[in-house]
Structures are given as structure tokens and as C-alpha cells.
Design a protein around this ligand. Structure first.
Ligand SMILES: NC(=O)c1ccc[n+]([C@@H]2O[C@H](COP(=O)([O-])OP(=O)(O)OC[C@H]3O[C@@H](n4cnc5c(N)ncnc54)[C@H](OP(=O)(O)O)[C@@H]3O)[C@@H](O)[C@H]2O)c1
Length: 170
């Protein structure tokens, strides 16, 4: 199973503003590309807080299998397209492998960190947005880890934006 953390941060590594309401710092080009990647991969694993933010913006559910990791009991109003799970990262990946997936996109600053800490991540993709603000949600947060990365790809897209793909050195 190839595990990819894919996020769209500012150049100082924030993925949401403090109020988690205004996502206009994410360009249309990056958003379209994100949605296409989710469709191609077929499964999106997100933390509960990313799920809630996606509900608020109307982006949820995405056009793929949506897996929300949470300890809370949340009613599934969306049917087969959505799974809520209180499993660990490892158990969640195993469940997806058993469903036949070979690649998965993971996101959410806290959830991504948990996958990194457990050494489960193969690649990190970031679309760097040309913005800086100083208060918000971090690309990685919550637990300590330290990882070396190898640069796989640099791509300039849109007028102002850069996509970086890294392999996590294990
Ligand atoms: N710009 C971007 O690319 C981008 C990408 C993703 C998200 N975002 C934004 O980032 C914000 C959410 O990120 P976040 O870091 O605050 O939260 P998050 O990682 O999305 O969610 C964290 C929550 O997930 C649940 N969880 C279940 N298993 C976990 C585990 N093993 N490790 C960690 N958490 C686990 C916990 O909730 P329970 O208490 O329910 O168990 C935890 O509080 C939103 O505003 C979202 O829109 C932006």
C-alpha cells in the first residue's frame, strides 16, 4: 500500500487559517488537481477535524471512498461512500488493503503526524500556496517525529505555485 500525505500549505506550513472558515488561499488550480488525485487514488483518509471543515465548506463527501478517523460516534448519513473508524492508522491501512486499494491519500495536520510517527508514509506531496499568515493549523502537529525526505519532483503550476513531491526515507 502506497501512503501519500497530500496537503496544500502556505509557504510557512499552515494548512488552515485560525478560524478554519476562509480557504481562499488555496487556488482553484490546486483544488482541481487535489480533487482529480482523490478520484484517481479512489480513497481519502482524513482526521475528524478535516471532515468537519469539509462539511462546513460543502466539499464533503469527496468523489471517492471517504474514510474518517475518529474516536467519536458520528452517524453515517452518506452510505457506502463514507466510513467512520476508530481504528489505528495501521489497522485502517490494512482494512483498505483488504478492500483492494493499493494507494491512499491521507490528510489533516494531526492525523498525518500520527501516520508519520508510525513510519507508515511513503510520499509527501505539497502544493505550496504563495501566502503567509502567522496563525493557523500546521501541516504537521500533535506528536513528535523527525523524518528525512528525498525530493522526487518539483513542478511549477499556475502562475505562482509549486508542487513538491518527496519520498520519506525509512
Ligand atoms: N490545506 C490543506 O491541504 C488541508 C488539508 C487537510 C486539512 N486541512 C484543514 O486542517 C484542519 C484540520 O486539521 P487538524 O490537524 O486540526 O485535524 P485532523 O488531523 O483533520 O483531525 C484530528 C482528529 O482526528 C481524530 N483522529 C483519529 N485518529 C487519529 C490519530 N491516529 N491521530 C490523530 N488524530 C486522530 C481525532 O479526533 P477524535 O477526537 O474525533 O478522535 C483528532 O482530533 C481543517 O481546518 C482542514 O480544513 C487543510
Amino acid at each position: 500500500m502506497k501512503v501519500i500525505i497530500y496537503s496544500v500549505p502556505t509557504i510557512n506550513g499552515l494548512i488552515a487559517m485560525k478560524d478554519e472558515k476562509d480557504y481562499s488561499f488555496i487556488s482553484d488550480e490546486s483544488w482541481d488537481s487535489y480533487i482529480q488525485s482523490l478520484k484517481k487514488t479512489g480513497v481519502f483518509v482524513m482526521g475528524r477535524r478535516t471532515f468537519e471543515a469539509s462539511l462546513r465548506t460543502g466539499a464533503f463527501p469527496y468523489d471517492c471512498l471517504n474514510v474518517i478517523m475518529t474516536k467519536q460516534k458520528i452517524e453515517n448519513k452518506w452510505g457506502d461512500k463514507v466510513i467512520f473508524t476508530d481504528s489505528t492508522p495501521k489497522e485502517t491501512l490494512l482494512m483498505l488493503e483488504n478492500k483492494g486499494f493499493s494507494e491512499v491519500i491521507v490528510t489533516g495536520g494531526h492525523l498525518s503526524s500520527s501516520f508519520m510517527k508510525e513510519g507508515l508514509v511513503d510520499e509527501i506531496w505539497v502544493d505550496l500556496m504563495p501566502r503567509v499568515f502567522t496563525s493557523g493549523i500546521k501541516l504537521f502537529d500533535g506528536v513528535y517525529f523527525d523524518a528525512n525526505l528525498k525530493l522526487l519532483e518539483v513542478k511549477r503550476f499556475a502562475e505562482n505555485e509549486v508542487r513538491l513531491k518527496y519520498r520519506v526515507v525509512r
